[in-house]
Design a protein around this ligand. Structure first.
Ligand code: GDP
Ligand code: MN
Length: 379
């Protein structure tokens, strides 16, 4: 689950990280009022679950309240990477004298939190990693001890020469670590961490992604979910109890079991296709789940073909077949389906599908190859 910048800022602030004041608004009038109360120049920032807002025109400086309102009129309602801006953060404009990067992630290889810092802040850290990997400094944290002061200091020396700033940055890193652990985050980053006109170290942007598996035991964090800012398809899938991740390809995948779903996506790639999504309809899928799944996949305009790959164990193939038939009658588009079913009640499923005018395969390779081909021809 992603948090908005203003939410991430609040968590960092609570952990003691210096963060500028700020207030959230959803109308230009509110923005004007907040800016007037703040006085002086402000920055108006789109609150959407993506980075690169600055480049997309979603972060703008304004010299006074009137200009803040004008800027907000442009930013509110704009789309950034497919997400509509519903809210903006208004904050006093900072005067920046340097920008660096500080981030915590969970590293799969070491299975530990890793602190990453770079003096090249304010830009995409992926670009820095690609162009000048020697400008990124990493430290693996032992979760038994947390981020120790001397470790934070040694990394802070990579960012600043001034000892006072090094100390401030080290404190920011330790507090960021605390916020990261307390939120159950998989990522917590400050980009840019700036020095302002007085040389004070301040977190100007904040991004936190929370591991969904932590939400159950962290109700205060779970309450920060903003459904209006999430992809419609992902919200629907979650409500229906489906594991769904949207991807960029054109072969829709409807599979039972996470392992089979991964294997299916691999095979789609093997045959030269690109999966449009990961979707696991779960172990005991009823026909309604299949209807929802097909609706969600079908609402993606990139999808050219939907591949069903069902290995019936607890999942009964006839349930899935009934779901497909029901879903098709409710759908307006004529999206081609390639269906592969095998296992529990396979014969019954094939009969249900044949009676409804569908064909069904039992071989996985054959089905995936065909789905890729159909998608390519329709693209
Ligand atoms: P992102 O593009 O989504 O990462 O949004 P950021 O909050 O990082 O803002 C992008 C860039 O806008 C920053 O790297 C800064 O260069 C600039 N920026 C953001 N806030 C301010 C501010 O208060 N003052 C000034 N001068 N620049 C700002
Ligand atoms: Mn940023």
């Amino acid at each position: 689950m992603n948090l908005h910048e203003y939410q991430a800022r609040a968590l960092l602030k609570a952990a003691g990280v210096p963060v500028p004041d700020g207030d959230v608004a959803s109308t230009p009038e509110e923005v004007e009022r907040i800016a007037r109360e703040m006085g002086g120049g402000v920055v108006v920032k789109a609150q959407v679950h993506t980075g690169g807002r600055g480049k997309a025109g979603g972060v703008k400086l304004a010299k006074d309240a009137a200009e803040a309102r004008a800027v907000a009129e442009k930013i509110l309602g704009m789309t950034i990477k497919g997400l509509t801006v519903e809210k903006v953060l208004v904050a006093p404009a900072a005067e920046i004298t340097s920008e660096s990067y500080v981030g915590m992630i969970v590293d799969r290889e070491t299975q530990r939190p890793v602190l990453m810092v770079s003096p090249e802040g304010g830009v995409d850290i992926e670009d820095v990693a690609a162009r000048t990997p020697d400008k990124i400094f990493k430290l693996t944290v032992d979760p038994r001890f947390g981020l120790m002061a001397y470790q934070a200091m040694s990394l802070a020396f990579e960012l600043y020469d001034d000892l006072n700033q090094v100390r401030q940055a080290a404190a920011v890193m330790q507090r960021l670590y605390t916020a990261f652990v307390d939120a159950g985050a998989s990522l917590a980053e400050i980009n840019p961490l700036i020095t302002d006109r007085d040389g004070t170290v301040v977190a100007l942007d904040a991004k936190i992604a929370v591991d969904d598996n932590e939400l159950e035991r962290k109700p205060a964090i779970a309450a920060l979910r903003d459904q209006s800012a999430e992809a419609r398809s992902e919200v629907e899938a979650r409500e229906a109890g489906l594991s769904f991740v949207k991807l960029d390809g054109n072969v829709g995948c409807c599979v039972n079991g996470a392992g089979l779903a991964m294997a299916t996506m691999d095979l789609v790639k093997f045959y030269g296709g690109e999966p449009a999504n990961f979707l696991d309809i779960g172990g005991s899928s009823n026909p309604e789940k299949v209807v929802t799944a097909l609706k969600i996949i079908g609402s993606d305009p990139n999808v050219r073909c939907v591949l069903f790959n069902i290995f019936g164990g607890i999942t009964r193939c006839d349930d899935v077949a009934n779901g497909i038939v029901a879903a098709r009658s409710q759908m307006s588009s004529e999206l081609p389906l390639v269906i592969r079913l095998t296992g529990t009640n396979e014969e019954l499923a094939v009969k249900i599908l044949k009676d409804a005018g569908f064909s069904a395969l039992t071989d996985m390779d054959e089905a995936v190859e065909k789905a890729v081909q159909v998608a390519m021809e329709a693209a």
